[in-house]
Design a protein around this ligand. Structure first.
Ligand SMILES: [Zn+2]
Length: 298
């Protein structure tokens, strides 16, 4: 059964490769094209079963929450920090469909886990968790929380996990087909296809690619700016991450390396996102007051 499914995927991939030359030009999704330009979702993602991934994510998320509850580490709904996170999400989420129309139907959830870890994530389907360590150790402002949340939501919106699931399958299929054209169509490093099926398993457990991280940074600041959060908080956030990490290596930075180049990449996008933020706040972009971060705890 599994083999049959893989064959189907391989055929679908090959058919996609054959028609790649005639892909229609994308019509602009939003006539008011300010902010970070919306690009197409990865061609790879369509080969992973969306419903299956959603079910897996739902199961993993509920397992995580029930484990946390048993350890009394699930922060209750009445907690001010939980309310704060949910209020920030409520402002960001309405902008999500710009980046993935399916997100309009997601059942968004936001929870806070009592843990020293500096970490946060958003699973496919809009299941968000923050670890309290990221709030306390970085003393995040609301704008900075919005940057973290925007980044994590972007991984889910841009279906990076779904793309990775397919990449790992496709690597082994491509190596069996021996199709150099196929691997270049899929944007997979041909060295990976040479390595063959054994590589595939390892790929699924790794962090997101550098390209996915960059996309999540940019989509994240656009999402947050549209929600009225200052995009310059993204720069402050990564500076704080770097400062704290130099004293105590953080979980979040092990999956999110190279703070310096992130800051530079985000800096380049400020002329695109600051006008969005200023418009939402009803301010003149040339008269924005400087961004105020909060000090790191001693
Ligand atoms: Zn990331």
């Amino acid at each position: 059964m599994k083999k049959f499914k893989l064959t189907l995927i391989a055929l679908a991939l090959a058919a996609g490769a054959a028609s790649a030359g005639q892909a229609p030009a994308q019509a602009p999704m939003n006539p008011r094209a300010d902010g970070i330009p919306v690009t197409k979702l990865s061609r790879l993602r369509v080969f992973a079963d969306e419903q299956e991934m959603d079910q897996q994510s739902k199961l993993q998320y509920s397992q995580l929450l029930s484990e946390a509850k048993q350890k009394e580490a699930l922060v209750p709904d009445s907690d001010p920090q939980v309310k704060r996170l949910r209020a920030i999400a409520a402002r960001i989420v309405p902008n999500a469909k710009r980046w993935n129309p399916a997100a309009a139907n997601w059942n968004w959830e936001v929870n806070l886990l009592n843990s020293d870890q500096v970490n946060a994530f958003c699973m496919p389907g809009g299941r968000i968790a923050f670890y309290s360590g990221i709030l306390t150790k970085l003393n995040l402002t609301d704008d900075e929380v919005a940057m973290v949340m925007g980044h994590e939501i972007s991984h889910a919106l841009r279906e990076h996990a779904r793309k990775r699931a397919v990449q790992s399958t496709a690597v082994s299929i491509a190596s069996r087909l021996g199709g150099a054209a196929l691997s270049s169509y899929l944007g997979i490093d041909p060295r990976l296809t040479d390595a063959g099926a054994n590589m595939a398993g390892q790929l699924t457990v790794m962090k997101f690619s550098r390209g996915d991280e960059t996309e999540a940074d940019l989509v994240g600041i656009d999402l947050a700016a549209r929600a009225g959060y200052d995009p310059r908080a993204g720069l402050a956030l990564w500076q704080k991450m770097g400062a704290v990490n130099s004293q105590e290596p953080m979980e979040f930075l092990s999956t999110h390396p190279s703070g310096e180049s992130r800051i530079q990449d985000m800096q380049k996008q400020m002329p695109l996102v600051l006008p969005v933020y200023a418009r939402v706040r009803g301010l003149d972009v040339n008269k924005l007051p400087p961004y105020q971060t909060s000090p790191l705890p001693n």
